[in-house]
Design a binder for this molecule. Structure first.
Ligand code: SAH
Length: 229
């Protein structure tokens, strides 16, 4: 049976999904609690990695080495970078990018990850397609596109516009592209699934705490539907 890995940054994004796991087994590695078991007939391993790219990478690599997942889904909330994604809607990654990776003074394109020589890390096509199909079945507004990650909570129109324009990105968050990079070098298929908690503009510091819970609930509903099929 395939093992599906699922990583969220914060408890609020994972807690209720975990309550559906049958015969959960807990294991703490490098400070991260991994909970594995059976979920809707699938073997799953879940983790709450913490906020930001370093924790996200640490978690993804540890999950790969200890649990050997066949795929990893990074779930959670994000800020919207386009008008087509209102609060509560869903962004699915076609690719991920690290918007704060910048060696452009040396002539590289902004976002280039030296070593693998890529700006965009492609998500698994099949997985993205299935997740967005599930959202459509549930009647949740969904866009598929580039999701941009960086160690920054984006909350100004200028920075929002800059990230959206530079990378043609639809949503911003702080972990997806780190998990994507780890999955890429380990050849593990991945996808980022995010519900919109804020619009990454002036009001996002007010909207985020207000909507984070209900946005997170959208991804849980969607993942349960995905896992049933
Ligand atoms: N100290 C806070 C930090 C939350 S940071 C806490 O621990 O609760 C915001 C989280 O939500 C990150 O994990 C990020 O992936 C996501 N996120 C939501 N809106 C975002 C935005 N506008 N910019 C960047 N990340 C955002």
């Amino acid at each position: 049976m395939k093992t599906i890995g699922m990583i969220a940054a914060m408890e609020v994004e994972m807690q209720s999904l975990r309550s559906y796991i049958e015969n959960p087994v807990k294991e703490v590695i490098s400070g991260i609690t991994f909970v594995s078991g059976s979920l809707q007939g699938n073997q799953v391993v879940t983790a709450v990695c913490g906020v930001g790219k370093v924790f996200a990478a640490l978690c993804a690599q540890t999950m790969i080495l200890h649990f050997n997942p066949d795929m990893i889904i990074n779930t959670g909330v994000a800020g919207a970078l386009c008008a087509a994604l209102p609060i509560g809607s869903i962004a699915v990654s076609s690719a991920v990018v690290q918007h704060d990776m910048d060696t452009s003074p040396l002539g590289d394109p902004v976002g280039l990850i030296s070593g693998i020589n890529k700006v965009y890390i492609p998500a698994d096509n099949g997985l993205s397609g299935e997740l967005s199909a599930c959202a459509k079945v549930l009647g949740i507004k969904t866009e598929t596109g580039v999701i941009a990650s960086g160690d920054q909570f984006v909350s100004s129109p200028a920075r929002k516009e800059e990230i959206a324009r530079t990378f043609n990105a639809i949503a911003c968050e702080m972990e997806g592209a780190a998990i994507g990079q780890v999955c890429y070098v380990n050849r593990v298929p991945f996808c980022v699934l995010r519900a919109i908690s804020d619009t990454a503009e002036g009001a996002s510091e007010i909207d985020f705490p207000k909507f984070v819970k209900e946005a997170a609930a959208q991804t849980v509903t969607l993942l349960l539907t995905f896992l049933r099929h």
